[in-house]
Design a protein around this ligand. Structure first.
Ligand code: EPZ
Length: 429
């Protein structure tokens, strides 16, 4: 077992450079299936979800070459199967993008339903609704999603009933090589959706409207190779902004797009944190006690659900009672029991959490229930008194590149410790 051991109450000071966006990378890599030729992708984050996605493509016959630690070349010209390897693909959520990309290029896909973080039912009905409108049949059988369009993919008008990041990207992928125009309405507008559209356009696609409520995809005959640079990770940046605020430090967070962070910046300012925007950086400083506030998660440009656990931790360190409403996922408060082990005073009722700010948390052994919950435990430990041990860190390493090194570089006392099986400090105490 591997865990993080954190000695808290060190103010973070210095500079952190943000890596490429996980949720863009895990869509752009499978999107390369649509391209005949070499896609050179830069600013790729070094995280386990990306490694798995590259392994899946290799297994399916793609040529994958790591140019350096943040650049990869992918050539899917001679991909030899439309079936994604079950064990590998079901361990990551984003494997659903293989369905849209394979459907677009080969009119057939056999892909396991998505895995990844668990926070309630994670349906794919909107993905299927889009595929059906484009002329495909969809089914789930023997642990696979089966998508087939023997007569080809034809452009269509699609109205999403739910604003879904995954469905928006998946339908965009399937429609890129379709015959005719596809109009997708009520789409998600997250920065990584715009990034996937920009990637496809740079390879020859004709997609407009990404970042608005309506995306139009004019089908093209084929895509050719090229070079593309992934945007910085909004949520990684937000996590370090919150960590800086929690510890009362001052950190320049570099390689970001400040516009993408506004939804997070606004809440931090309400809480008494200073955030100065630079061209491609934000300087975060907290010199006064944190104030309570209310947070409601919403699709972009609202406050991101993927920052909700980190925000709850920060509110534990604020003065007064705050309300957090989770309006994207049904069950994203499982980590609250872990925070209570550190002394947090939080009541959860359905989608609402009531957080009584107590000014301080105390170190304890805690688990990373999922990726962002794990990051929140790290933030809690950095600001808490005493020692916090975070277990199940494989969740965190799915989405944060070099977390320990980045935090150490700004003065955190955090180590990654291998514990021989059977000797783990567990929670009998
Ligand atoms: C993406 O998941 C992200 N994952 C998630 O980030 C993020 O929490 C989520 O978007 C919301 O921003 C990736 O990009 C790989 P959705 P996705 O489809 O696409 C409902 C992280 O920590 N829905 O936007 O799976 C669904 O139940 C991860 O990096 C349907 O009803 O999310 C949810 O309530 C965790 N039918 C809402 O829509 C569907 O067919 C939003 O889900 C699809 C979704």
């Amino acid at each position: 077992m591997t865990k993080y051991v954190i000695r808290g109450k060190r103010q973070l000071q210095g500079e952190i450079t943000i890596s490429g966006a996980k949720n863009a990378a895990v869509a752009i890599i499978p999107a390369a299936i649509l391209v005949k030729g070499v896609c050179r992708i830069e600013n790729v984050p070094k995280i386990s979800d990306v490694t798995k996605m590259l392994e899946i493509l290799k297994e399916m016959g793609a040529e994958v070459r790591l140019v350096n630690s943040s650049c990869v070349e992918i050539d899917c010209t001679h991909i030899r199967t439309q079936t994604a390897p079950q064990d590998m693909a079901r361990s990551i959520r984003a494997s659903y993008y293989l369905a849209g990309a394979l459907l677009g290029r080969f009119h057939h896909a056999k892909v396991p339903p998505p895995g990844g973080c668990y926070f309630g039912v994670r349906p794919v009905d909107q993905h299927f609704k889009g595929f059906n409108a484009l002329g495909a049949t969809t089914d789930i059988q023997n642990g696979y999603m089966l998508v087939d369009a023997p007569n080809g993919i034809r452009g269509a008008n699609i109205y999403l009933d739910v604003v879904s990041v995954g469905a928006t990207i998946n339908i965009m992928l399937a429609a890129t090589l379709a015959d005719g125009l596809t109009v997708i309405e009520n789409v998600a507008k997250e920065p990584h959706i715009v990034d996937v559209a920009n990637f496809l356009n740079s390879m020859g696609a004709r997609i407009s409207g990404a970042g608005t409520d309506v995306i139009k995809v004019r089908g093209v005959k084929e895509l050719a190779g090229g070079t593309y640079t992934i945007i910085p990770d909004q949520i990684e940046a937000g996590t370090y902004m919150v960590a800086t605020a929690a510890t009362g430090g001052e950190v320049l967070i570099k390689n970001v797009i400040p516009k993408h962070l506004e939804c997070i910046t606004a809440k931090l300012i309400e809480m008494g944190v200073t955030v100065e925007e630079r061209d491609d950086a934000v300087l975060v400083r907290r010199a006064v006690p944190l104030r309570k506030t209310n947070v409601k998660t919403m699709p972009y440009p609202g406050f991101p659900t993927d920052m909700q656990p980190q925000a709850v931790v920060l509110l534990c360190y604020a003065q007064g009672t705050s309300l957090v409403t989770e309006s994207v996922w049904d069950n994203r408060y499982r980590y609250v029991d872990e925070l209570k082990r550190m002394g947090a005073n939080i009541q959860v009722d359905g989608k609402v959490a009531v957080i009584e700010g107590i000014g301080d948390l105390t170190g304890a052994p805690v688990k990373a229930c999922d990726l962002r919950a794990g990051a929140a435990m790290v933030v809690a430990g950095l600001a808490a008194s005493g020692v916090t041990e975070v277990e199940d860190i494989s969740h965190i390493e799915r989405g944060y590149e070099d977390l320990v090194e980045k935090l150490k570089s700004v003065g955190a006392d955090i180590t990654r410790v291998e514990v021989p099986d059977g000797t783990a400090l567990r929670r009998a105490q």
